[in-house]
Write a protein that binds this ligand. Structure first.
Ligand code: 2AM
Length: 552
């Protein structure tokens, strides 16, 4: 996509360049993010600026829509088929009133599974089992067609050394501090980076899934594309992997919900009539809202769906293609590598919620991590990557805003700067933290307070500061943006000294509320309009001085 976008941005392209080209854009987005469907909007505009013509109006899928993104996708698809049909009826021999053209439905899987005679497992010993795990992960991910781009081999295997509760027990929040050490290659990251963890799955769920599919967990398989031309990373010489490991390491059978297409394909394999009818209904536009209730709202897992429709026996090729991939989960790193050599720390809110039918669901990775005991020998495959928060040089003044677990990267920033300040003068940092109650979820309280004391990197004496908003300790909500407004003079001074702003935390309304507070301060202090103040911030953004890392 980046290559394509860069290509479209070339300066020498004229406004006529795409004349005669027709296109349609549908974006996948989430309106709780500030830059909602940004890529789709920009792409649509650029294509049209270059002279291409949109066949139908741009569609914007929204995860916040009451029926999921399909709520916008379905009408958009109908408009697309109808427009294509009117341009050329031959394209859709069954007419424009289809959800998905028939040809897609009867498409056979693009892969084949080859079963091998049992291989002898290498003997498991302390020295070899890590190598064995690494080999399995790499092979299994390599064989999963089109699902894992980028790195298959983990950067490192980690062992948990600390699992510590940061919030008060019974506070209604379960926020953990986890520490890890590398067991293989050394750990290499900068503050502000992201740790990606491949979570483990419940072994019982993996066994149940394999049994439900009538497969032999001990058999060895390779997964290959049917189309020999289209090999990509896969090749014939690939060593087989145990079926059970393949499922365990790549297929999310007990956490993610399957997509609508899964139900459509299931309907073809259902042998009981009532099941087939229900599956067809779920897959139809009329059944969309009921499917959303059954599937996404209740967060039905692949295993549960298969168990609800016992007459369906789907071949493994289809399952490999359609079951959601077991994905790594990303966490902002909350340590500084110079303060904790060969360690990495993360700060995690353990996710759990109740569905409309009052079933408790938990987040796969956060609850798996919380269940680990540092005494156990569990090796965690991990990758390091760059997030949206570049490591700041010691001379850059910083304004940090991180309510809740949004404080994670800033613990790393403060640790790093404290290390740097031992040998040379460093620029000031002010940090705005927010939580519900002082006694419940004031994460890393002692750490922030210690660094705010005399000569600390957050101390007033060094031009810094630490401000905390307890939202629920009084009748009126107090949030980080209120504390930011209270410190407008200090913020304005730091901005005029060239400070960088870093915002991190839940994507709900926080980043945009914080942005408004900055707009207000800039507009009041410099006497410009709000629009002008916003342009000022956009300039800061382009200059790499306003960063946001947000998640939901
Ligand atoms: P609340 O849950 O009491 O509304 C960390 O999650 C903190 O961020 C909590 O104190 C939470 O408050 C607060 N928070 C919620 N919405 C916010 C917003 N729009 N801006 C800033 N902080 C917010």
């Amino acid at each position: 996509m980046k290559g394509f976008w860069r290509f479209l941005l070339q300066k020498n392209l004229t406004r006529e360049w795409l004349k005669g080209v027709h296109y349609a854009v549908f974006g996948l987005g989430d309106s709780s993010y500030q830059k909602y469907n940004f890529a789709a909007k920009k792409l649509d505009k650029r294509l049209s600026d270059l002279g291409a013509k949109a066949i139908i109006e741009r569609g914007l899928g929204d995860d916040q829509h009451p029926s999921g993104y399909e709520g916008t996708l379905d009408p958009w698809m109908s408009a697309l088929w109808s427009s294509l049909y009117h341009k050329n009826p031959k394209l859709l021999p069954n007419g424009p009133d289809v959800l998905v053209p028939e040809s897609t439905l009867i498409d056979q899987p693009r892969i084949q599974i080859i079963y091998h005679d049992a291989e002898r497992e290498p003997p498991l010993s302390t020295a070899t089992d890590l190598k064995y795990l690494e080999m399995h992960i790499e092979r299994a991910r390599l064989m999963t067609p089109g699902k894992f781009s980028g790195k298959n081999r983990p950067d490192s295997f980690l062992k948990m050394t600390k699992n510590h509760l940061l919030s008060r027990a019974d506070s209604g929040k379960d926020v953990r501090h986890f520490e890890f050490e590398a067991v293989t290659s050394s750990i290499d990251y900068e503050v502000g980076d992201v740790l990606e963890v491949l979570p483990g799955q419940s072994p019982a769920a993996v066994d149940d899934f394999i049994q439900r599919c009538n497969l032999n967990p001990e058999s060895y398989i390779t997964v290959q594309p049917k189309d020999k031309e289209n090999h990509g990373l896969l090749n014939h010489s690939m060593t087989p992997v145990k079926l059970k490991s393949f499922v365990e390491l790549t297929m999310d059978v007990a956490s993610a919900s399957p997509r609508r297409y899964f139900f459509e394909v299931m309907s073809f394999f259902a042998t009981a009539e009532h099941e087939q009818e229900r599956l067809q209904y779920f897959a139809s536009p009329e059944g969309r809202d009921d499917l959303y209730q059954y599937n996404q709202k209740e967060r039905r897992t692949v295993l549960e769906v298969l168990q609800d429709f016992p007459s369906v026996q789907m071949p493994f090729e289809w399952l490999v293609q359609l079951v959601p991939p077991l994905k790594t989960r990303s966490f902002s790193i909350s340590s500084s590598p110079s303060a904790h050599p060969n360690q990495v720390h993360i700060t995690v809110s353990v996710v759990s919620w109740t569905t409309p039918y009052k079933r408790t669901r938990t987040g796969l990775c956060s609850s798996w991590l919380a269940s680990l005991d540092p005494q156990q020998r569990v090796f965690i495959p991990a990758w390091f990557s760059k997030g949206c928060l570049p490591a700041p040089p010691p001379s850059l003044p910083l304004i940090l805003i991180g309510p809740g677990t949004g404080c994670a990267p800033f613990r790393g920033f403060v640790e790093e700067r404290a290390m740097q300040s031992r040998t040379a003068p460093t620029a000031p940092i002010i940090f705005f933290f927010g939580c519900r109650r002082e006694n419940d979820d004031f994460l890393y309280r002692d750490f922030w307070l210690a660094h705010s004391q005399k000569n600390g990197v957050l101390s007033e004496g060094k031009g810094g500061g630490f401000y905390v908003a307890f939202s629920r300790d009084q009748p009126r909500k107090v949030y980080v943006q209120h504390k930011i407004r209270e410190q407008s003079t200090k913020i304005w001074n730091l901005l005029t000294q060239g400070a960088a702003v870093y915002v991190s935390g839940s994507a709900n309304k926080m980043p945009s509320d914080v942005l408004s507070a900055f707009e207000e301060i800039i507009s009041t202090k410099s006497g410009v309009s709000r629009e002008e103040a916003l342009r000022w911030i956009r300039t800061l953004e382009r200059a790499g001085k306003y960063h946001v890392e947000a998640w939901s």
